[in-house]
Design a protein around this ligand. Structure first.
Ligand SMILES: Cc1ncc(COP(=O)(O)O)c(C=O)c1O
Length: 408
């Protein structure tokens, strides 16, 4: 596990080269999407894996499969990517935000409970920064109120909760293969589920509603004499084209073959950050409660240096960079703080003029106080160093930057 390595040093090139061989008859059967789905289902221990073109389209088909429609409410954490809200809005449904836990930075089940109404249809449990949400109370609430739970595992690959893998607890789970994720194929996504009914709807709505699609099969070989017939009817479901292409599947499969290494490397780098922060009580890492295993998409901390030493977030950022550290990200804005959720340009476009919506979308500052307090203090340090020596240098620079401030 030492030294450096390239990003695509497995079978990526070999598989892509195979796909680009236009004369290879095997390629007519779109082999890599099928192989990727099979390998993904096997690695994550589930019955169905359905490849998509992103980790946003996955959320959309999951909500469609959950039967989320006009006027329904979908609960997601206040501090997360906007894609959770967008998928909800594209179903003409209403995003409702639950507050987050101040230590794990993940959705707080107590806040979910407070936000459940007769209109609530689904919960998107987002596993932020690599750590799973507290799934037991979430699943109990879902059972009690008859809700679907979608695990958004875009940032959490091989994270664990009481021994269970991320993606294996909710009714459906979504993954992303966007360029910066644990498994990277440029863009791409995967849904996993054990329920055949859900898998069928997901496959069909993501695959243009072709009637021949089924839970476990992206392509069915029909006889040309059937589908070339002018009377042949193809579509029985309303759908989008969210299909993954073969080139992406070829890269994603090769990445999946190395998933254990790719996750372990991020965890190792996170260990270096932890060592650098030893004895410092004002740069506080995301808490990993007993029974949880963080897959460390990023090493995320709560920065309290302003209260402790009067050093603002941006001053710390500048100092760390001046000392030779890499830039790091701040926490994403709370979703309802984004201009799109404040100005609501979607209201006339997607939603009927219905009393259901009269009091919806009334997002006010202060509605999720923990998320609003913590978000500006967050720092997300990169864990995807391919060269461990560089990771050691950068984390050492973090240690020195902290000592420099403390010595002042
Ligand atoms: C938690 C979360 N959900 C969903 C997405 C969307 O994934 P994609 O970029 O593949 O559409 C991302 C990606 O940034 C994410 O971090």
């Amino acid at each position: 596990m030492s030294g450096s390595y390239g990003k695509y040093i497995g079978n990526e090139l070999k598989y892509v080269t195979q796909i680009l061989d236009s004369e290879n008859p095997e390629n007519k059967k779109a082999p890599f999407v099928g192989k990727l789905e099979k390998a993904f289902a096997s690695r994550f221990g589930c019955k169905y894996a359905i490849a998509h073109n992103s980790g946003t389209s996955t959320l959309h088909t999951c909500l469609a499969a959950a039967g989320v429609g006009a006027g329904d409410e979908v609960i997601s954490p206040a501090q997360t990517v906007i894609m959770n809200s967008f998928a909800t809005l594209h179903q003409n449904a209403i995003p409702v935000y639950a507050d987050i836990d101040p230590d794990t930075f993940n959705i707080d089940p107590k806040s979910i409970e407070k936000n459940i109404t007769p209109r609530t249809k689904a919960i998107i449990a987002v596993h932020m920064h690599g750590l799973m949400a507290d799934m037991d109370p979430i699943m109990s609430l879902a059972k009690k109120h008859g809700l679907y739970v979608i695990e958004d595992s875009a940032q959490c690959v091989l994270g664990k909760y009481k021994g269970a893998l991320a993606g294996s607890i909710g009714h459906m789970a979504s993954f992303s293969f966007e360029n910066k994720k644990h498994l990277s194929a440029g863009e791409g996504g995967m849904v996993i589920t054990n329920e055949e009914g859900l898998a069928t709807v997901i496959r069909k709505t993501g695959g243009l509603g072709y009637k021949t699609l089924s839970a476990g099969q992206s392509l069915r070989q029909l006889l040309p004499s059937d589908f070339q017939d002018p009377h042949y009817k193809r579509h029985d479901t309303l759908g989008w084209n969210y299909r993954m292409n073969e080139l992406t599947a070829a890269v994603a499969l090769a990445q999946l073959e190395r998933v254990d290494f790719l996750v372990a490397r991020r965890q190792k780098v996170a260990g270096l950050y932890r060592e650098a922060l030893e004895g410092c009580d004002w740069v506080i890492p995301q808490k990993v409660p007993p029974g949880f295993e963080n897959s460390y998409w990023t090493f995320t901390v709560k920065y309290e240096g302003q209260a402790a030493y009067g050093i603002k977030w941006k001053d710390f950022y500048d100092l760390y960079k001046k000392n030779g550290g890499d830039g790091f990200y701040g926490g994403l804005s709370v979703a309802y703080g984004e201009p799109v959720m404040q100005n609501k340009p979607f209201l006339n476009r997607y939603l009927p003029d219905d009393k259901v919506y009269k009091d919806a979308f009334n997002y006010k500052n202060g509605s999720c106080p923990v998320a609003e307090d913590i978000q500006p203090k967050m720092m997300q340090f990169k864990t995807n160093y391919r060269n461990l020596e560089i990771a050691k240098q950068k984390t050492e620079i973090l240690r020195r930057t902290i000592k420099e401030i403390q010595g002042k």
